[in-house]
Design a protein around this ligand. Sequence first.
Ligand SMILES: NC(=O)c1ccc[n+]([C@@H]2O[C@H](COP(=O)([O-])OP(=O)(O)OC[C@H]3O[C@@H](n4cnc5c(N)ncnc54)[C@H](O)[C@@H]3O)[C@@H](O)[C@H]2O)c1
Length: 376
Amino acid sequence: MLRTVRDCRRNVVNSRSMGQDMKFLITGGAGFIGSAVIRCLIADMNHDILNVDKLTYAGNLESLTAVADSAQYAFAQADICDPEAMRRQIAGFQPDVIMHLAAESHVDRSIDGPLPFIQTNIVGTYTLLEAARTFWSSLPDAAQSRFRFHHISTDEVYGSLGATGSFTEDTAYDPSSPYSASKASSDHLVRSWHRTFGLPVVITNCSNNYGPYQFPEKLIPLMILNAIEGKPLPVYGKGDQIRDWLYVEDHARALIAVATKGKVGHTYNIGGHNERKNIDVVQTICRILDAFAPDHPPGVDRYESLITYVNDRPGHDRRYAIDASKIEHELGWTPCETFESGIRKTVEWYLGNRPWWSRVLDGTYRRERLGLGTGV
Ligand SMILES: NC(=O)c1ccc[n+]([C@@H]2O[C@H](COP(=O)([O-])OP(=O)(O)OC[C@H]3O[C@@H](n4cnc5c(N)ncnc54)[C@H](O)[C@@H]3O)[C@@H](O)[C@H]2O)c1
């Protein structure tokens, strides 16, 4: 399944197959995955980008400093729940593609306080769909058939797997958390706007992402940063939950392929063929840190000694695994990184980019335990 970097660039360059440079309106572009998509679109192509982001705690324009001065890039601070702002941004920019990534994205936060998830992920997606439909309806025929609304979603909508099998595009939805239920709702809304109103949509459901610029409440950056500061590494339950990990830049390339070459009305599952138990992920990070950051914090001889088992997350899904054969066969996308290469790059990135994450941690987030359902 491994491909060379040159093959990966070809994945992206081929996405010009629609024939010309295009205008991408990206919601949530200041987040972890959205910023990777924008960096990728600007590095490899000549498309114009409008990043529409509310800048919640998870949005960080410092993830976009590499592209901020590009003539291809513009930013608008706006809430996807605001119908007038969405109408104005879409009408002003005249996008060929809307890639919708803006969301509340952390499962633990959805357990402590589900309302923002209902508001942004469901009501916000509805609001954006209506603004997109108004705009699309007003376009001439050629522009209408070129237009795409791409909803970026998660494999968590499918619920939990047993010991074998994997999620396909036909797996029935069975979400477990307020987060995954809100994403399932938004998937249904997007699909219905296609079936009912003819809006040309594509949907992607992806497995767990990791890589540079991820907000440190998520498993991998949390473990890296806690370890280098000698803090406990909290592993939920026995750490035997299995996730299918995908390097964020591989996801970004997959999203661009679907947005530009995907079939209207279709869903594409995206995954990395990298199933790992959470405890194995944490132990791998510890071993890489032993090699790359050998000056351990005081009193720590091996980073693994910091692992602490804590109460499991309520409703914690056991196993996710993605069958990504549709996107591989139809659009020619495959991941470039193995888990081993991607996790090494990620640890090195966090070690080399202390100013980025120090400023993130200067905000309100203090790496406290979230998601026990005790409210916020
Ligand atoms: N992270 C993963 O592993 C993963 C996997 C599969 C799918 N997804 C999906 O991909 C998308 C992006 O995920 P991420 O990890 O980059 O999330 P993130 O939390 O890092 O970023 C979300 C971005 O959305 C913005 N935002 C939130 N509410 C908004 C609103 N009301 N209006 C405008 N902007 C708003 C935030 O400011 C932030 O920049 C989400 O839809 C998520 O469900 C994530």
